[in-house]
Design a protein around this ligand. Structure first.
Ligand code: NAD
Length: 352
């Protein structure tokens, strides 16, 4: 199988590509615009594979998308390219509307036109897998409710509203044109190669630099955390075994308050890399003004994917967060090159 992965230079996309190249015989075409969030250094371990190809393309550019489909003839699409950071969507929503909604529309249309011309067998096998978030459901009021695949959409941020819009487009293309789509909605991911603007890597790297560990509000927001490699395994199962027209929620069964997450990281760092003065990293925690529209609780019911496809996460939060902290300690070079911008400067130089 040849899979076209959009956004493959990002956090989750690169995990999927490493998973596919390392564990299957499938081929991958990575289509990525390389925004600030795209980092080809996350793919160094597999980029020499004969089964891997890279195309620097914007999903808003329909002509370039047509060229890539014609040249590579993919059997499936895994669509992850998106603007993904909630804070950035509050400061500047335009790029979120453009990439997440308009870009998804262009990709759907080009993929549909390509699919319509396939022979009957290839047409039957083709799948368009749209990767989305649990944030489309808004937040949960109670402490026991869970998001299921039939929970109504109620997005709160420009990011989640743009992802909700793209989910609606994908469903409409399935319903109207019979285009073979599958949607997955996943909880918060964490793990290796996560861009340092997100909570977990930010806390690890700030702590190592002796900087403040900023927490929104009281830190009582609850998220369900999934180790990114578990997500990669789930997504591969969905694209290969999932039912066309279906939606699958993916979650880690790991509900934690943000403050608990930060304290756990501090405790692991106290053990693995104690501060010179032996004071706990928890003293660096500072509470900052809450994000506007901040959802309080997300929690996923992931029983459908467990029952239908036999997927459950392999990592607990405790095992996954320990692996993650260790990965950052072992890969400070990758982090510093992201933090000082050299991962982008050298790329721009190479492309010039
Ligand atoms: P990311 O920001 O790390 O990566 C996004 C990638 O998309 C980058 O490589 C970027 O260069 C690329 N991209 C952005 N705009 C593009 C465009 N116009 N054309 C082509 N490529 C473009 O994001 P991520 O955390 O890896 O998330 C991937 C997907 O998974 C997103 O669709 C996101 O909504 C979804 N998701 C993320 C999480 C999470 O916790 N990170 C959870 C659930 C769902």
């Amino acid at each position: 199988m040849k899979i076209l992965v959009t956004g493959g230079a990002g956090f989750i996309g690169s995990a999927i590509i490493r998973h596919i190249i390392n564990n299957t015989q499938d081929k991958v075409v990575n289509l990525d615009k390389l925004t600030y969030a795209g980092n080809l250094e996350s793919l160094i371990s597999i980029s020499g594979s004969q089964r891997y190809a890279f195309e620097q393309v914007d999903i808003c550019n329909a002509d370039e998308l047509k060229r890539v489909f014609a040249e590579h003839q993919p059997d499936a699409v895994m669509h992850l390219a998106a603007e993904s950071h909630v804070d950035r969507s509050i400061d500047g929503p335009a790029e979120f509307i453009n990439t997440n909604i308009v870009g998804t529309y262009h990709l759907l249309e080009v993929a549909r036109q390509y699919w319509q011309k396939l022979d009957d067998v290839s047409k039957q096998q083709f799948k368009f897998h749209h990767i989305s978030t649990d944030e489309v459901y808004g937040d949960l009021e109670g402490t026991t409710d869970l998001f299921t695949e039939t929970t109504s959409y109620a997005p709160s941020s420009p990011y989640s509203a743009s992802k909700a819009s793209s989910d609606h487009l994908v469903r409409a293309w399935q319903r109207t044109y019979g285009f073979p789509t599958i949607i997955t909605n996943c909880s918060n991911n964490y793990g290796p190669y996560h861009f340092p603007e997100k909570l977990i890597p930010l806390v690890i790297l700030n702590a190592l630099d002796g900087k403040d560990l900023p927490i929104y509000g009281k830190g009582d927001q609850i998220r369900d955390w999934l180790y990114v490699e578990d997500h990669g395994r789930a997504l591969y199962k969905v694209v290969t075994e999932g039912q066309v027209g279906e939606t699958y929620n993916i979650g880690g069964h790991n509900e934690k308050q943000n403050i608990e997450v930060v304290k756990t990281i501090c405790q692991i760092l106290d053990e693995l890399q104690p501060q010179v003065n032996d004071v706990t990293y928890e003293t660096l925690i500072t509470f900052v003004k809450d994000r506007p529209g901040h959802d309080l609780r997300y929690a996923i019911d992931a029983s459908k994917i467990a029952t239908d496809l036999g997927w459950t996460p392999e990592e607990t939060f405790e095992s996954g967060i320990r692996k993650t902290v260790q990965w950052y300690l072992d890969n400070l070079d990758w982090c510093r090159r992201v933090q000082d911008g050299s991962y982008q400067r050298e790329r721009l130089g190479a492309n010039a």
